[in-house]
Write a protein that binds this ligand. Structure first.
Ligand code: FUB
Length: 329
């Protein structure tokens, strides 16, 4: 269906060499902590990257208590702004600082994230926090969950309502999509803390989790972690396109393979200073005696290119990341 990725014709290493012998900006881009579920947000000439902090010890699955934010102006050098929010800041949540995304609207920064709700609404839920700046401090914007497991009764498992992605269209409507196995979409009210109207299921083929909405030209993209259990053990990234956020969505196939050593993968897409980027995570980082694992991931970034018809060119995950200047045919 798609043109295959042409071999790089030109490779340039940029930026100063790091102690480990990796050029600045090579993958993984954060090396002193395990990070997952990257969500970029461009504000002026700076790109902010919101991530979950993976703190799993030994063979723990996920131990995630807080979200961190980093920023860059050149896609090579990253500034650590520290933790911006702890799961305990949502008084109604029990645990699990899972995937998130921040968006700017009405003069404020809105941060949507998956957490585990307390026993009043069992299951995963989606929280919303607000700040005057992209680096916080963020505070719970509602004092309750925006979306609970009980609001999507079709789902068969308790972690169905995770991984929010938010996108404001040219007409000013902000949409939120989310899900695990089922993918849902709804409008947000202009106050950004309430769902406006119905929740619609838009589950594309092999949808597993981690949806990401973006628009380029007149085309909408729903990019997501996919799992074809008949053929693959680990998630890959797939995508669908549409001419309206509510769909219908047309499946466009896989965008990437699996993240190195990782069951999960999580796309985050942004256009920055004229180029498009695809953020992902893998489990290829070791820190001290802790190796990468399902709950010890590392965020990466690759350039994203489009074909003339709007489809995205398959992305090969590399160690060089954006430090390689790639010219495609
Ligand atoms: O990081 C915890 C969960 O794993 C995320 O919410 C999913 O997208 C997967 O990456």
């Amino acid at each position: 269906m798609f043109r295959s990725l042409a071999l790089p014709l030109l490779l340039t290493i940029a930026g100063p060499a790091l102690a480990q012998g990796q050029p600045a900006g090579a993958n993984p881009i954060i090396r002193d902590r395990f990070t997952a579920d990257p969500a970029p947000l461009v504000v002026g000439d700076r790109l902010y990257l919101y991530v979950g902090h993976d703190e799993a010890q030994r063979d723990e699955m996920f131990t995630m208590r807080e979200w961190l934010v980093y920023s860059t102006t050149d896609m090579r050098h990253w500034t650590d702004h520290g933790p911006i929010l702890h799961v305990a800041d949502f008084k109604w949540a029990k645990k699990d600082a899972w995937a998130s995304q921040a968006i700017y609207r009405n003069g404020k920064y809105w941060f949507y994230a998956a957490v585990e709700h307390d026993d009043s609404h069992p299951g995963k839920a989606i929280a919303v926090a607000v700040s005057d700046t992209p680096t916080g401090p963020f505070v719970d914007a509602r004092g309750s969950a925006l979306i609970t497991n009980q609001m999507t009764p079709k789902g068969t498992h308790s972690w169905e309502d995770i991984d929010p992605t938010v996108f404001t269209d040219d007409d000013g409507t902000t949409w939120i999509a989310w899900g695990n196995r089922q993918c849902y979409i709804a409008r947000l009210k202009p106050n950004m803390i309430e769902i406006d109207g119905p929740i619609t299921e838009i589950t594309p083929p092999h949808f597993e989790e981690g949806p990401w909405l973006h628009k380029r030209g007149n085309l909408y993209y729903l990019t997501y972690a996919s799992l074809d259990r008949a053929t693959h053990r680990d998630e890959r990234v797939s995508y669908a396109t549409a001419t309206a956020p509510a769909g219908p969505w047309t499946y466009r196939g896989t965008l990437t393979g699996s993240g190195k050593y990782s069951f999960t993968i999580h796309p985050g897409i942004a256009q920055f200073k004229g180029d498009w980027y695809l953020f992902l995570h893998n489990a290829a980082l070791s820190i001290g005696d802790l190796n990468g694992a399902i709950g010890r991931r590392a965020v990466t970034v690759e350039r994203l290119d489009y074909n003339a018809d709007g489809t995205m060119k398959p992305v090969v995950q590399t160690d060089a990341g954006v430090t390689a200047t790639v010219r495609r045919q």
